[in-house]
Every structure is written in C-alpha cells, then in structure tokens.
Design a protein around this ligand. Sequence first.
Ligand SMILES: NC(=O)c1ccc[n+]([C@@H]2O[C@H](COP(=O)([O-])OP(=O)(O)OC[C@H]3O[C@@H](n4cnc5c(N)ncnc54)[C@H](O)[C@@H]3O)[C@@H](O)[C@H]2O)c1
Length: 437
Amino acid sequence: MEKPSKIAPAKGKLGILLPGMGAVSTTFMAGVELVRKGKSQPVGSLTQMGTIRLGKRTDARSPLIKKFVPLAELSDLTFGGWDIFKDNAYQSAAKAGVLNPQDLEKVKPFLSTIKPMKAAFDRDFVKLIDGPNIKKGKNKYELALQIKEDIANFRKTSRASRLVTCWCGSTESFVKPEDVHSTPEKFVEAMQSNHPAIAPSMLYAWASVTSGVPYANGSPNLSVDIPAIQQLAHDHNVAICGKDFKTGQTLLKTVLAPAFKARMLGLDGWFSTNILGNRDGEVLEDPGSFKTKEESKLSVLEYILQPQLYPQLYGKMHHKVRINYYPPRGDNKEGWDNIDIFGWLGYPMQIKVDFLCRDSILAAPIVLDLVLFLDLAQRAGMRGIQEWLSFYFKSPMTAPGLYPEHDLFIQSMKLKNTLRWMKGEDLITHLGQEYYD
Ligand SMILES: NC(=O)c1ccc[n+]([C@@H]2O[C@H](COP(=O)([O-])OP(=O)(O)OC[C@H]3O[C@@H](n4cnc5c(N)ncnc54)[C@H](O)[C@@H]3O)[C@@H](O)[C@H]2O)c1
C-alpha cells in the first residue's frame, strides 16, 4: 500500500452506526457523553490518552496521538444503531447493568434519544434470544437493501459528513467460509436465494461497505472476513477490520505468552475458564455461538508460541477454553487461568491468574479507538483490511496467506509505526546504535 499523500481533515460530524445496542454499545455511548460533559476520563482509550514518541529518544517529542494525527473530536460524534429489542439506549444500558444508576442518570436525556432501528435477524444464528424489533423481507437481499436505506437515512438525518459501522451484536453460530462467500456476485445470489451460510452480520457488512462506510467487527462472526466483502471493500475504497474485541483473558494471554516465548520457557498447558452473566454469556450457552468464540480464543497461543519452530517447548501443550453462563455475576466476568510452564532442565512451575474484570468497561474504549482510527484510515485513502488495528482484536484479519500477529507489543509497535508512516515520520526500530557513536 502506498503512503497516504494527504489525509483529509476531520471536518463535520462523524456518525457511528452500531448493529447491536447491548452492553458494549451502550457503555461506549454513555462513556463518550460522560467524557464530553467533563464528568469522567476516557481511561483505556489510546486515541484519547495515548502519546506517540517521534524522532530520537533525546528529541523529547511525544505528542498526544490525537494531536499528531487528525482524529474526529468526541464533540463531533453522533450515534445510531439497530437491535432486535425496542429499548432505547438508556433502557438497554439500565438492563445491561454495567454502569451504576448515578452515572446513567447524568446521561439519561442523551441516551433516551437513541432508538434502535429494526434489525436483520435470524434465530438460526442466535438461538437463545428473540425480540420484536425485526425487519421483514422476501429474502436476505431485501433485508440488506433495507439496511442500506437505514444507512442513507441516518446519513441525512444526523447530518454526518462521514460514517463508520462497528458490529457490537451477539456472537452468531459458527459459519465456515464457503463458495457463496467467494465473490461479490455469488454473495448477492446467495442473499437472494436465502442461502443458510449468509449470516445477519454479513448483511450489515455488505450494506456498509457498498454504502462506502468503513466497518469494524467486534465479535468473532465471519462478517467482513470473507473474500466477497473484502473484494467489495477494495472496489469501494472502504477500510475494514476485525475480528472479536480483545478485552480480558485474551489480552492477558497475548501479554504473558510472548514473555514465555521470549525467555524460552516451555508450556505444558493453559486452562482458561470464565464465568459471566450478561446477555453475551447467555448467547454463548448455545454450542453454535460458543464454537465461534472458542475458535477465536484458541488460535492465539498457536500463533504466538509457534510449536512448529519450538517443538521441545510447545509441541505438546494443552489449551482449553471454557465459558460458563452464571447470571449472578452480570457483566463482571471472572476469568481464571491455570498455566503450567516449565523451566531449566524441564522443572515444572505454575502460574494462576484470576482476573475479576468488567467486560464492557474493557470493550467500550476499544469501540471508540476503532471508529476513530477507521475514520482516519478512510480519510487517508487506506482501503481494505487494516491490519495495523490487530492490537484491538482476538482474531486479527490479515491478507490471504499471512499469519496474524497476536503479540500485544508487536501489535502496539505496528499501530504506532503505521501512524508515523502515515505522517511521514521516521519509523522507530528500537535499534538505538546512534546513541553510542
Ligand atoms: N468484553 C466484551 O464485552 C467483548 C469482548 C469481545 C467481543 N465481544 C462481543 O461483542 C458483542 C457484543 O457484546 P455485548 O456484551 O454488548 O452483548 P449484548 O448481548 O449485551 O449485546 C448484543 C446485542 O446485539 C443484539 N443483536 C443480536 N443480533 C442482532 C442483529 N442481527 N441485529 C441487531 N442487533 C442484534 C442483541 O439483541 C443484543 O442487544 C458480542 O458479540 C460479544 O461476543 C464483547
């Protein structure tokens, strides 16, 4: 890809479209409004709090990222979304129970105005929930065209100059890429014939991309991760990225596993179990949806530890992931990890991690960063898969034939170097020989 010669300014409003207005979406919107009102801090957001070092370590140039690249201002963000339930964003946030009532009260008037559009939904893909706010149509193609109309209407009514979509809907049943996903033409035919391998999330992805709207995929669903939509992203000059927000347990896995590998410590096994009681947890009780999540969570260690290169250290590791729906915990997930490692002469050791996290509190700043960075990429003319945003995903999308980079620190370096590259600054290699000349 060529270096952007010019990045268009972030002029006017940025409209954010959220398929799925549940825990993550509403925590994100409420948080943006609380920060805009000066009532809270955007903790966890690289675009709002992060700095970037430029030039030599002795140059003392470390501007805020948001001052270095032209990102949309929080005051310019405006929101819309779809859901199968009719609750407005305030009602949905209150049900999700992530934010306390005092915080929600402060943004009640704002959240109450955000009402979900009718969803394109199919119970074959999300078995354990059902709702009344659903589109009707002869076939999946008609539903996708209705989503396109929603996008066009939102563009008009919100008076946004640019739009970005971020899928925050439920995890769908596992779908393997098939022939119908291989080209834009076959994809349209498959929508018209109601092919069972076309999931609702793909309809939103198709509608967004063909409307020229960048698309981020926060769940492990295939969604934009199929050749047909990637081809369309290329043809329509649209930036896309995914998949599955990297929040709690996997975030820690992609920090710890690179440390073991860097020190050549071996791994016999890694057992990860979770209890969570939110709607996401309820959906993941269905084996089809769990399989989609499991695939996304499992791939991480294989890629980081490269057992094919280090058979003595990682050739026999056991990796298991379990998720249990346990309503009393609500959105406050507990993720336990038991890690069996071995060191010098093969002597075994154990590490236990018990992360009492808050799922949506970790996910909301990721949504913010993704929509702002995707909008930046779009204005810089960077089309197709944005691999530099791998930092935010459990299963980063890559060009065909390329293995994904999972190590959080490599991802972070890649992200920051991409920003430097976009602005014509020197890339930072950490070599540093010049300090000793
Ligand atoms: N830390 C995290 O919270 C985290 C991390 C990684 C990924 N995710 C993923 O993000 C997504 C959202 O998580 P959540 O906790 O907000 O879940 P949630 O269940 O609270 O919200 C999802 C919403 O999507 C709606 N929905 C389902 N199918 C839809 C469709 N076809 N069209 C429109 N709306 C639809 C549901 O009604 C629900 O309100 C899930 O796929 C989850 O796996 C979350």
